[in-house]
Design a protein around this ligand. Structure first.
Ligand SMILES: C[S@@+](CC[C@H](N)C(=O)[O-])C[C@H]1O[C@@H](n2cnc3c(N)ncnc32)[C@H](O)[C@@H]1O
Length: 195
């Protein structure tokens, strides 16, 4: 599928199913593969605007405690608590910790920086965000918890792999079909902390 057909296909699919973003299908595929969305979990979704992933989460997870955070304001989603803030700021992290008041079972991040058009620079910035999620997870994730984060195959990909291997018992990489073939985007799935 060429880029335009890809965009049209997932745009129509998202619209017909009531999702705010095409990204929703990436989370659906990730969950089909790794099965981390379960009833009663505490779940953090970072970089959640416009809210497609949160919509998928509330459809599947019953009686969960769900928090979404993004720099941009997200329109309300029933069953999801939303914070507008920059995840990299200490104050946002404090707000997240205060909200859960306990360890988190699932941490998701689809964070992406504003693209510059320079593929290497975009990859570096995305991977910095990924590393910050893994570091935060090291502190705040339940020892049997799961982290999923977007990353880009780039020069600093190895650094993430080394950190993830050191921090988690099991790591995998997965590129959903709904992620464009020509994009270097992929997702890391990390399972259970090395305590
Ligand atoms: C690809 S979009 C997420 C789409 C979302 N998963 C969905 O399904 O609707 C990436 C988001 O990451 C957010 N983002 C980037 N850097 C961030 C940061 N430091 N803190 C919070 N959000 C951030 C952007 O504002 C953008 O809305």
């Amino acid at each position: 599928m060429d880029n335009k057909s890809y965009q049209d296909h997932y745009f129509r699919k998202a619209k017909s199913q009531g999702y705010r973003s095409r990204s929703a299908f990436k989370l659906i595929e990730l969950n089909q593969k790794f099965k981390f969305l379960k009833n009663g979990i505490k779940l953090l979704d970072v970089g959640s605007f416009p809210g497609g992933w949160c919509q998928v989460v509330v459809k599947i997870v019953k009686n969960g405690k769900i928090l979404g955070i993004d720099k941009k304001k997200i329109t309300k989603i029933k069953g999801v608590n939303l914070i507008k803030g920059d995840f990299l700021e200490e104050n946002s992290k404090k707000n997240i910790i205060k909200f859960f008041n306990n360890k988190i079972n699932v941490i998701l991040s689809d964070m992406a920086p504003n693209t510059t058009g320079n593929k290497s620079l975009d990859a570096i910035k995305t991977n910095e965000l990924c590393l910050s999620i893994l570091e935060f997870s090291n502190e705040m994730l339940d020892k049997n918890g799961v982290v999923i984060s977007k990353l880009f195959m780039g020069d600093d990909f190895e650094e993430i792999k080394v950190y993830a291997k050191k921090t988690f018992k099991k790591i995998d990489f997965f590129k959903p079909n709904s992620s464009r073939d020509n994009s270097r985007e992929t997702y890391i799935h990390c399972n259970r902390l090395n305590t």
